[in-house]
Structure formats: C-alpha cells, structure tokens
Design a protein around this ligand. Structure first.
Ligand code: HAM
Length: 434
C-alpha cells in the first residue's frame, strides 16, 4: 500500500518550514548562555523584561517602514477568524512602543526582550525566516546619556561573550526638520544622476532617497560615494546631541567608526543610529546587532510625544560569530550533571534518591525501564555526570552507597544519608578549582 507522491509530500510537511530551524540539545545550551548573559546584564543596567504577542494588528508595523522590504514584501500577514488583519512580528520595536502607548507606564521606561521575528527573506547562512533577537528599548528620555547607556549595554554584552572582532558603526539621522531638508537635497542630487543609472535607481530615489545610500549595487557606488552627507546637514540641536554621544563614548573608551552612509532598515529612525558588525561573517549578514533613536514613533502610534531608543541583536548571528572567533564562552558545555544514579535494587529506592538529590538543588539523572546495571553504567559514562551513584543491596544493608568519580574511575562508599551534602561539597570544591 504505497503512495510515493503522497509520502514525499508528507515528508516535506513534517520538516521545519523553509528558512526556519530547530534548536536542540546540546546546541541549545549555548542559547541558554547567550540569553542568560543578556538577561543578567540588562537587569544590572536597570531594565525589566517585556513580553508582547508574536502577532499584532497590521497597522502597528505601518510606521516601521512603508518604504522598506521588511514591511512591503516580507511580512507574514493573515486574517484571523474574526476578520482582523494581523501580522507576525517582523521586528521588536513597534510592538514595544505599541505596548507603551497602550499602558502608559511612567517614563523612563527601560525594558529588554528575547523574541522571535518573522521575515520572508531569501534564506541563507545567518538570514532566516524566523530569527531570534535580544533587545532593549528605552522610552521617555532624549538625553544623550541614554544613547550611550544603550550602546554600552550591547558593546559589553559582545565582550562578555568573548567576541573581540566587533566594530561599532555610528551615525545620526538628524531631527525631523534637518532630515526633511536633507532628503530633498539628496533626492535632487540623485535625480541629477538618475539617467545614467536606470529606472530602478530612479524608482528607489522617488520612494525614499535614504534607501539608496545603503544600496549594494556596484554600478551605483560612485554616485552614492559622492552623495551629500546627512551629518553635514544636521540642525544645531541634532549636532550637539550627536557630539555629546561621541564624547561620552570616548569617555567610556568605547571605540566606534563614524558611518555617514549607514542607513538602518526602518523608517522610524531619528538622531543616533548604530550597528555592530563583524569581519568574520559574509558582508550581507555581518550585522550582529543594530538600533537607534525613534523619537516620533510613539506619537505616530497615537501616544504622547515620547522619545525612544533601543537595539536588536540577532542570536543566530552572535552564535555564528562566536564559532568564527572560537569564543569558548559560547561553546556548548556538557549538561553538567552532578550525579547519575545506577539502580541495582529495582524497588523505589532509586526514585527516592534521585528525587532527594534534585530537590536539594543538585542535578541528577538516571536510566529507565529496568536496564541491566552494566547498561546503566554505560549511560552514566555517556551522561557527562561528575559521579555515578550505585545503589546496591549490600551497600544499602550497611546504609551506604557506592560513589564513583566518572573521570578518574576511583570509587568510595558514602553514607546514604550524607550523599547530597557530600556531592554538594565536591561541586563547591570543583568550582573553586583554578
Ligand atoms: P534589525 O537591524 O532589522 O533591527 O535587526 C536586528 C538584528 O537582528 C540584526 O542586526 C541581525 O543581527 C538580526 N537579524 C535581522 N534579520 C535577520 C534574519 N533574517 N535572520 C537572522 N538574523 C537577523 C531591528 O529589528 C530593530 N527593531 C532594532 C531596534 C531596536 N532599533 C531600535 N530598537
């Protein structure tokens, strides 16, 4: 009873969708390291966790980028059973600003998140249809000190993970007035050169000349390189803000490169923008994080005028960068079990011992299904546990258990009542070791 076509179709159905990936143990241990490092760091900087739905009303993303591919071409949109137009979150900022406008928490509102984002891009290494971001957003303060705090948070995070080859690119998009007049200057400049460069160039210039600044097309580069720079057209306020950010980054000894052609992929950016890149990944996927100010977004979503700034860091790219640099801080460690319990009795003793160890804060595992003692020792060896704990009838008669150091193979007997304390003492000795 074979139906080959059907079966190959169903084989395809039971695979992760194109451009997505599963994260399984032991690889997932690296994710725990990355997320925990970020969570601890964000909390030290005074940020609280925010969680928003993975889908929103489509309108939430309208202001993110009417002229950007992410919103125009790559959003996963759907209509729910109630006829609502919804979209899977393509990025993290708009939902957080929507939540701010909805709940009106007291500013400054400093939050961090870890969340999946969805973009129907052409998948390649470091570019996926579902990717995960760690990020922060701060609403309600336009002080340059906040820009510096946010950049320092990300900068030190990469350091904590052992990434050394990270470059910080810094730019300013100016305030709305300086930006508007600059965009017109830029449009005029590009249109003067449009005939030589063809209809696609012209179309993009008409839609948003800023988008042309970061275009990758070889033929356009000579024109782009000579284009007027926004940082030469900043208003006095915008220039003072940008200079203060640079001066305080200098004070913190955070190195950066000024990147006047850095145009981040969303329409909401104003003032300070930045990106962290690595030279160890392909140019098209070498941004391991980026962000900036969006001082108009809350108002555009119907809230009070509220400046904002934040960044998003791609977890998959951080891990790829870690592989490329051989950063051991992110390497998948063994599960770090304190003990693997081998059951030579066959009654409820093993259940009780494993439970007691776990409830007392130790990590412990066991085999199931009545395996032979020999097979259980094999599993113990493979488990990566520090000790194997043998529950045998003879030892039990004397109130003892046999404990074997799985690395050296040495074995001793320990009173059963003291097992948890004994294992904890060994763990503490181990963590004191140089
Ligand atoms: P973004 O630059 O689009 O910014 O994304 C942030 C980071 O997410 C990128 O630097 C990259 O590491 C990662 N990333 C983006 N797209 C993909 C993908 N398809 N596959 C794998 N990784 C990806 C934002 O999303 C803004 N919300 C950042 C922000 C926060 N700006 C202000 N606040």
């Amino acid at each position: 009873m074979s139906a080959p076509e059907q079966s190959s179709e169903s084989q395809e159905s039971f695979r992760a969708p194109y451009g997505t990936h599963d994260v399984l143990p032991p690889e997932s241990a690296r994710w725990i390291t990355v997320v925990e490092t970020f969570a601890r760091r964000a909390s030290r900087f005074g940020y609280g966790l925010v969680m928003t739905p993975i889908f929103e009303h489509r309108e939430v993303f309208d202001r993110v980028g009417a002229s950007t591919d992410v919103v125009r071409k790559e959003m996963y949109e759907f209509v729910d059973r109630g006829g609502r137009q919804l979209a899977l979150r393509p990025e993290g900022t708009a939902p957080v600003v929507r939540a701010y406008v909805q709940h009106r928490p007291t500013p400054p509102w400093k939050v961090w998140y870890v969340a999946p984002n969805f973009r129907a891009e052409r998948p390649q290494r470091g570019r996926y249809r579902q990717h995960w971001q760690l990020g922060v957003e701060v609403l309600g303060v336009d002080d340059p000190d906040v820009d510096v705090e946010v950049i320092a948070l990300a900068h030190g995070f990469y350091r904590e993970l052992g990434l050394e080859r990270v470059t910080l690119l810094l730019n300013s998009m100016g305030d709305p007035e300086s930006r508007r007049s600059y965009v017109e200057i830029l449009r005029g400049y590009f249109l003067d050169h449009a005939d030589a460069l063809g209809p696609e160039f012209k179309e993009r210039v008409e839609l948003n000349p800023l988008r042309v600044l970061d275009a990758k097309e070889e033929a356009w580069q000579p024109v782009i390189e000579q284009a007027p720079r926004l940082t030469d057209h900043l208003s006095d306020d915008a220039r003072r803000h940008f200079e203060a950010v640079q001066q305080r980054l200098d004070a913190l000894r955070i190195r950066y490169e000024l990147a006047p052609r850095l145009v981040r992929g969303f329409d909401y950016y104003t003032s300070t923008t930045f990106e962290f890149t690595v030279d160890t990944l392909d140019a098209a996927q070498n941004a391991i994080g980026g962000g900036g100010r969006y001082d108009q977004l809350a108002e555009e979503m119907g809230g009070p005028p509220t400046p904002g700034i934040g960044f998003g860091i791609g977890i998959e790219r951080v891990l790829l960068a870690g592989d490329a640099e051989g950063a051991t801080q992110m390497s998948a460690q063994s599960c770090g079990l304190d003990a693997f319990v081998v059951d030579g009795i066959g009654d409820e003793t093993a259940t009780l011992v494993v439970n007691e160890l776990r409830e007392s804060g130790l990590s412990a595992d066991r085999a199931y299904g009545g395996r032979s003692v020999k097979a259980q020792w094999k599993l113990a060896d493979r488990s990566g546990a520090a000790y194997g704990v043998m529950l045998g009838r003879d030892e039990a008669g004397r109130g003892q258990v046999a404990v074997k150091d799985l690395e050296s193979g040495t074995q001793i007997e320990v009173p059963k009542a003291q097992l948890a304390g004994w294992l904890r003492a060994r763990r503490e000795e181990g963590s004191d070791a140089p």
